[in-house]
Design a protein. Structure first.
Length: 499
């Protein structure tokens, strides 16, 4: 079905010439704002009314509503550090004032961490690594429409660590994005914008728990393949089709495409029911070719999900929920798993916009690894930060409750704090990030609790500072499984953007 959808969209779009290029072409196709810090110096272009190309309709309705739920803000396309050349300080130079067909970006991030008893490691020690990440971006648009081209290079390194280098933190001078695009401002489907992207890509969808760039981590999730995007964020509805293979990061050589695994999918956005709700249905299929993996295991996991979020008028309340059912097969075992999340928030009518929220997260676990039933939720290619600032938990075998409070004293300053409780859904399944499992189930399910606080200062679009402290106390499961105690994380992060 996916291949047919992509083929039909591509064939139909080629029958239409693109409209005259305009400033609206710079509008992000999917995504909305920076991910890792939730604070930016300026709002994304999507928050402003979108100018309609037709003269008889000078302005169209913008259906997009920004979510308020914590940690779910997607990275825009292009990323926030990217700007149109003539809208940067280079635009003040003669010869560059009229260059509206080139997007450029350059940023660097340095993070210093102190990790005391990191539960992701198998020993109790104090690690003090420096994490460096530099990215550069270049994209040609408008100039040769419908043909466009994008490249994004990333260099990620870790220094001063007690542990061997790994691809979580290190990936040298790799093109995390390198793709061509056929872009049509208007297509035959309801006159909607159509984008066909071919090549290496990094992106995020829905609440980022299943598909994410993973911006906090030093390295980036990305894929090789095809994406067809019909519509844009400000439209009443939008549909994305995916045919991709994940990239295997290599900290000693060039990254390679994972030929054993293929991800197919359809992801929708519907904003036309009410201003109070946005619906995001999805259907994803992860297929693993057993002939191309050492285990020989054939896997086919189908994920059928729905996310909904919104702001309830002027009441101050907001909400965000998701429900994902998985079926299929994991080798000879029948796969049947469930993952869902829910968050309810309230923003007080005060100048500093204080917001209090409560969230619940559930990902099923596998009760018995030796039976014919696979019950562990497959997290696909999501990220873990909404669950834990320590990066201790994934969207699998988890029941987590989080209380969160945030303040915005000014446009440049944000503070937040949270408290979370974690339990295993199945006492006999694993706590993956810590590498712990008790197949007898006698260690219990309570993993522990975490308290965290964070301060983000963004004095300009060129610079941002983030400070964070997180404290984790293990529960009965970790203690009985042989890894009890407490851990502390402190980091100071500095991000510089050239444009």
């Amino acid at each position: 079905m996916l291949r047919l959808t992509v083929s039909v969209l591509a064939f139909s779009a080629l029958g239409f010439a693109p409209l005259t290029a305009s400033a609206a072409d710079a509008e992000p196709v999917a995504g909305d704002a920076p991910a890792a810090t939730e604070v930016v110096a300026a709002p994304p272009a999507e928050t402003a009314p979108v100018q309609e190309a037709k003269a008889e309709q000078p302005e169209s309705h913008n259906y997009y509503v920004e979510r308020r739920s914590y940690g779910t803000k997607r990275v825009s396309e292009p990323p926030p550090y990217v700007k149109q050349l003539n809208q940067t300080w280079l635009g003040e130079i003669d010869g560059f004032k009229d260059i509206d067909w080139l997007d450029i970006g350059l940023d660097h991030r340095t993070r210093f961490e102190i990790r005391d008893n990191d539960f992701r490691r198998n020993i109790n020690t104090v690690d003090q690594p420096f994490l460096l990440r530099t990215r550069a971006y270049l994209a040609v648009k408008n100039k040769f429409d419908p043909l466009r081209f994008t490249v994004e290079i990333s260099d990620a390194r870790r220094f001063n660590s007690d542990f061997p280098r790994d691809v979580r933190d290190s990936n040298f001078q790799e093109p995390i994005q390198l793709y061509g695009e056929l872009f049509f401002k208007q297509s035959w489907v309801a006159d909607k914008q159509l984008s066909l992207k071919f090549g290496r890509q990094a992106f995020e969808y829905t609440d980022r728990r299943l598909l994410a760039r993973n911006e906090f981590r030093n390295t980036t999730n990305n894929f090789d393949g095809i994406r067809a995007i019909l519509g844009k964020q400000s439209d009443e509805w939008q549909l994305d089709a995916l045919l991709l293979q994940p990239i295997l990061r290599d900290d000693n050589g060039f990254d390679k495409r994972d030929k054993a695994n293929t991800l197919l999918g359809l992801i929708g956005d519907y904003r036309g029911i009410s201003q109070y709700i946005t619906l995001q249905p999805l259907y994803l299929v992860l297929k693993q070719d057993g002939k191309k993996v050492s285990t020989g295991i054939e896997r086919e996991i189908h994920t059928i999900g729905l996310r909904g979020y919104g702001i309830v008028g002027k009441t101050g309340f907001d909400y965000d929920f998701s429900y994902n059912k998985q079926v299929g097969n994991d080798g000879p075992r029948k796969h049947d798993a469930l993952g869902y999340t829910g968050e309810l928030g309230y923003t007080f009518a005060q100048p500093w916009k204080p917001r209090l929220s409560a969230a619940w997260n559930y990902g099923s676990g596998d009760d018995n690894p030796n039976d014919q039933q696979s019950g562990r939720f497959e997290r696909l290619f999501g990220f873990a930060r909404p669950f834990s600032q320590d990066d201790y938990f994934q969207f699998e075998n988890i029941e987590a409750t989080k209380l969160h409070f945030e303040l915005t004293p000014s446009k440049t300053l944000q503070w937040d704090a949270g408290f979370s409780w974690y339990s295993l859904n199945s006492a006999t399944d694993r706590w993956n990030n810590a590498g712990l499992r008790d197949p007898t189930g006698q260690s219990g399910t309570y993993v522990g609790h975490e308290a965290d606080t964070r301060l983000v200062w963004t004095p300009s679009r060129y610079f941002q500072t983030e400070l964070l402290y997180a404290y984790f106390k293990s529960g009965t499961f970790a203690e009985n499984a042989g890894r009890g105690g407490t851990s502390n994380l402190f980091f100071a992060q500095f991000t510089f953007s050239a444009f």
